[in-house]
Write a protein that binds this ligand. Structure first.
Ligand code: SAM
Length: 225
């Protein structure tokens, strides 16, 4: 059974989509999307040999080799023009890694109309990438599973404006303030407060003072939400 995290990613895949799942590991997500008749075809991309082989095995085991192509490649290099991919999913990595994957092969995004991204941490890096590459937030979701909190960002081409707090916490998520959202930022605040306290006892350097000011500022911003 697919995790709630990946199921939530799947709910944002349009019916009839041709999907590339980058960093697919066991290819659970593309297998699910094709079996549920959501995606008509999919690419599963993996850069590491072990997970790539797991993906190949899983696709064969499910009898989906006609509809899912598994490729060993770095990031978006797994996508070919003739695949006509219109939707990309990237899940289970840090936000900065996801942003760097999107940054590396911009030409692969030409046919793509939707990005569904699930960063484990630092979703802010993805919102920053979107702002500077003319992608706009269509929707966002936040869920809790096994005591971990996950954010899912859905992007489409377009422009948007985000202020500092929206960049950090997500414009749609701020509006909705779901229980998982409140819990996440309470946890973060507690972390920051702990760090601030430990800084107080430390030797004062300009680096530490910069860090302290940054944390105090974030705390202030998040308190406002
Ligand atoms: N997407 C699956 C999920 O959400 O359950 C697997 C997540 S797993 C933690 C991250 C996977 O991304 C690993 O299998 C790793 O090898 C792969 N990966 C990391 N960097 C990558 C890159 N540049 N290109 C393709 N795959 C990558």
């Amino acid at each position: 059974k697919l995790s709630q995290r990946l199921q939530t990613v799947a709910t944002f895949v349009p019916t009839g989509a041709i999907v590339a799942d980058i960093g697919s590991d066991h290819a659970y997500l593309p297998c699910y999307l094709v079996q549920a008749d959501i995606a008509t075809a999919a690419i599963a991309g993996e850069v590491v040999k072990g997970p790539f082989e797991s993906a190949v095995r899983q696709v064969q085991k499910e009898g989906l080799s006609e509809k899912i192509t598994v490729r060993l490649a770095d990031g978006l290099a797994a996508i070919k023009l003739e695949d006509h991919v219109d939707t990309i999913t990237i899940a289970g990595m840090g936000g900065p890694l996801i942003a760097s994957i999107l940054e590396k092969h911009p030409e692969k995004l030409q046919t793509v109309t939707r990005l569904i991204l699930q960063p484990n941490i630092h979703a802010k890096a993805i919102r920053e990438w979107a702002l500077s590459h003319q992608w706009a937030i269509l929707d966002e979701e936040i869920i809790e599973e096994d005591d971990k909190i996950y954010e899912i960002l859905v992007l489409q081409k377009g422009t948007m404006q985000l202020d500092e707090i929206e960049l950090l916490c997500g414009p749609k998520l701020i509006q909705r303030k779901a229980p998982a959202f409140v819990k996440k930022w309470q946890r973060e605040q507690e972390n920051w407060q702990r760090i601030l306290q430990s800084i107080e006892g430390a030797e004062q350097t300009t680096d530490i003072e910069t860090k302290r000011q940054e944390l105090a500022r974030q705390l202030h911003l998040v308190e406002g939400v």
